[in-house]
Design a protein around this ligand. Structure first.
Ligand code: 5RP
Length: 219
């Protein structure tokens, strides 16, 4: 029986097959991506570099000798490789457990293909069991929280956490997300919300799902 960490390692290895030669690739954030960065370091001679979605990943990439580029200086990003907290059969994702959702959404939007790397625990019928992270401008905290309660959620401030962009995170419990695209759009309309953790409008293109009997490739 493989552990969750071993499944993460398997998908991290598999993701190397999606890294084009001599390209700059987008790199996400989280424990699965940390393993991917270690794997990427083994083939670093054939990549030009990475655009990173967080300060944490930037430090790790640099520590492995992988050049990190500012997104503003990059014209083409063929792939973005990142994890998810939950992913459904339509490859809609719930993300932001690590608090890097805003930069993740930006880099994902700029990339041609999103390759999601996840272990089988993340694959769900319906999104929302994992609390939905929302990055909020600090002065709008209470206003946004009240709007989230009206939508049926139970927002909770992520204590002692400041995002790379200087904002706070509200983790919203109790949402059964039957219509991820619609909810993503609704949340984007609330003044003070910087980014919500639904990645449904820009879903994954490929899911590498780590299972006990191997890595499934779902599209
Ligand atoms: C960070 C994220 C991560 O992709 C998500 O939290 C999954 O992380 P892990 O690989 O550690 O389970 O969205 O903001």
């Amino acid at each position: 029986m493989l552990t969750q960490d071993q499944l993460k390692r398997e998908v991290a290895k598999k993701a190397l097959e999606y890294v084009p030669d001599n390209a700059i690739i987008g790199v996400g954030t989280g424990s699965t991506v940390n393993l991917f960065i270690e794997e990427l370091a083994t083939i670093k001679g054939r990549v030009k570099g990475a655009v990173s979605s967080s300060n944490a990943s930037t430090e790790r990439l640099k520590a492995h000798g992988i050049p990190v580029y500012d997104l503003n200086t990059v014209d083409e990003l063929p792939v973005y490789i990142d994890g998810a907290d939950e992913i459904n059969h339509y490859l809609h994702m719930l993300k932001g457990g690590g608090g890097a959702l805003t930069r993740e959404k930006i880099v994902a939007a700029a990339a041609d293909q999103y390759i999601c790397i996840a272990d089988e625990k993340k694959y769900v019928e319906m999104l929302g069991e994992f609390p939905l992270p929302i990055e909020v401008v600090p002065m709008a905290r209470s206003f946004v929280a009240r709007a989230l309660v009206r939508l049926g959620g139970h927002p909770e401030l992520r204590e002692g956490f400041v995002t790379d962009n200087g904002n706070i995170i509200l983790d919203v419990h109790g949402l059964k997300i039957a219509k991820p695209v619609e909810l993503e759009e609704t949340l984007n309309q609330i003044a003070g919300v910087v980014t919500n953790g639904l990645f449904a409008k820009r879903r994954a293109d490929v899911l590498l799902l780590g299972r006990q009997n191997g890595v499934d490739v779902l599209k």
